[in-house]
Write a protein that binds this ligand. Structure first.
Ligand SMILES: [Zn+2]
Length: 154
């Protein structure tokens, strides 16, 4: 990569594959709405959600705020999904207890552990799996165009 500095990479080395493809909209839509993540070309109230103000993404503090908001939302989502996962895991396993033959599998298909630990492990696994799936497919960032280095990339 040596001779390709980041700024010139896309122009000089279009085949490097490392360049972020910067859409022309980036330079024009400098104003961001903290409430909905919408971007627009001019200062003022948000076109998307009528929030009364938009902030200048050229300001690093604004980009830090965007990151903080997304982190807070991610934490909220995570705990919501975890709660939902536990609920579903318990429902599934409690439901399975009612299924004839279910207890017959215990000790044959899998070892039965003391104090029904095996059942609790199943619930936890279902819960964990579900919360991961939800996080992957349902969880959306408000500012997906902000990368880890606080750069606007899309
Ligand atoms: Zn908005």
């Amino acid at each position: 990569m040596g001779h390709c500095n980041a700024r010139a990479r896309e122009r000089i080395c279009p085949d490097s594959g490392m360049a972020h493809v910067v859409r022309t909209g980036v330079a024009e839509n400098l104003w961001v709405c903290i409430d909905c993540g919408g971007r627009q070309p001019a200062e003022g109230s948000c076109i998307g959600c009528q929030h009364e103000m938009t902030l200048d993404t050229r300001d690093e503090q604004v980009r830090e705020l965007m990151r903080d908001v997304d982190e807070r939302l991610a934490r909220q989502r995570e705990s919501r999904y975890r709660f939902l996962g536990v609920l579903v895991g318990m429902t599934v396993i409690f439901g399975a207890w009612m299924v004839p033959g279910y207890w017959g599998l215990r000790g044959r298909l899998y070892p039965g552990l003391p104090i029904f630990a095996d059942q609790w492990i199943f619930m936890a696994l279902i819960g964990l799996g579900l919360s991961k799936v939800l996080d992957k497919y349902v969880g959306k960032k408000r500012f997906p165009y902000l990368d880890l280095n606080l750069k606007i990339v899309d």
